[in-house]
Ligand binder design. Sequence first.
Ligand SMILES: [Zn+2]
Ligand SMILES: [Zn+2]
Length: 465
Amino acid sequence: MGTTKSRISRRRLLKQGAAAAAAGAALAAPGTAALAQAPAVITGRTFRAWISRGAGRGRTTLQEVRLRPITGRQVVVRTEACNLCYSNVGAVLGLQPAPPASGGTSAASVGLAGVNANDMALMQGHGGVGVVEAIGPEVRRVQVGDRVCVSGTPQCGSCYHCLRGRADICQLLGRNLPGDLVPVADLRDGTPVYSNSHIGGLAELMVTFEEWVVPVITKATPTDLGMVLSCVSVAGLGATTTGTLAVVPPGGTVAVVGCGPLGLSAVQGARIAGASTIIAIDPIRTRRELALKVGATHILDPNVEGAKLIERVRGLSGGPTTRAWSGGRDSGGRRSGAGADVVVEAAGAEFVRPKLEGGPDPTGILPMQQAYEMCSAGGHLVTTGLVRGTIALPAFLFAIGGISHSGGQAGGANPMRDIPRFVEMLHKGQYDTKSLVTRVVSLEDMIGAYEEVAYRTTVTAIMTA
Ligand SMILES: [Zn+2]
Ligand SMILES: [Zn+2]
């Protein structure tokens, strides 16, 4: 946190807020119109933040900014830890345009109002953990002093999807394009500063809305908490332990394609859920070894297996017997082996060629297609990788092969329901953070660590502020 540690009392904030009515940001964009309504709360606090602007390498710099008055359901969180997510490599390092992922995570995304993200001063990151420093007068979910996860996925609780138990696809998730964002701070020259996707994270403060915060009651260290509640861990555990998208049967078979922090969290989730056979697939040797350490029973290198990869996974999924009249598993003769009950695809596209072993397809399309064909009849594929291009699948298999597929935004995790459960998994020693955190950096050293993430020379980098 550097030297600016001034805490702000809630009473003082509310008092000052009354005098500052109407000074708050007005959210004009459709869909976010009700996010900020009440009198503003003055803070005036300065803090350091990694700000992206313009294009190309060097677009993200560490700057001192001044917090704007907060209002309505806004929440100011003092950052404890933030994961350097691979999906933001393009936006943070300016290596190339990011893939068309969710909204504001793209370096070149253009909002409904025609605002280009490259022209905006954007606080990078999309989630983290920390302590609430200030809240707008309408906030109910958290109080000043609470430890919270600022979740990459919001949960408004009242949209169509939240109401039917699918907060993983809360409709506020899509309200993060440049035109939806509100200024939360100012640069020294008065340039307005925005939080990426209403979240941020790569800064001493996160300025977000109530819908994105989840209170967590824990004494876990910032690094451990930042790891287990990172966007990627939440997605990996979500896909395997929540049952929203797929149910991992105890004693069943799970294949995980791609062993970055998301895949390694899925491996752990499969273990926690009681799977007996957990097949981890990654081109990088050190990541396969990590997979074995955190719960995989088998590891495969896609570069070695080549075209036989699908058959290898199907062959490992058969269980003790293939005898049809004895409860054995096979694919009924049409395909080899049985196939996995659940496959989690966590490979995704490469922004830059890794300095360690590269995969067979930098676009991430091939691993996704292979993941589908690894599923058993009646099995389930959850995809989480961000890829560019078009998926081609055998049409017969797709049409009547009995495989179901979920596009796994956040792995189906429902933030308010599942994040506290993931913290319990940390408390009980079920989820291993120590093996996954391969780099811890200070705010100042963030960019160097992001390069390591980009070139895959580290598995997970956690920034502590
Ligand atoms: Zn992420
Ligand atoms: Zn919602």
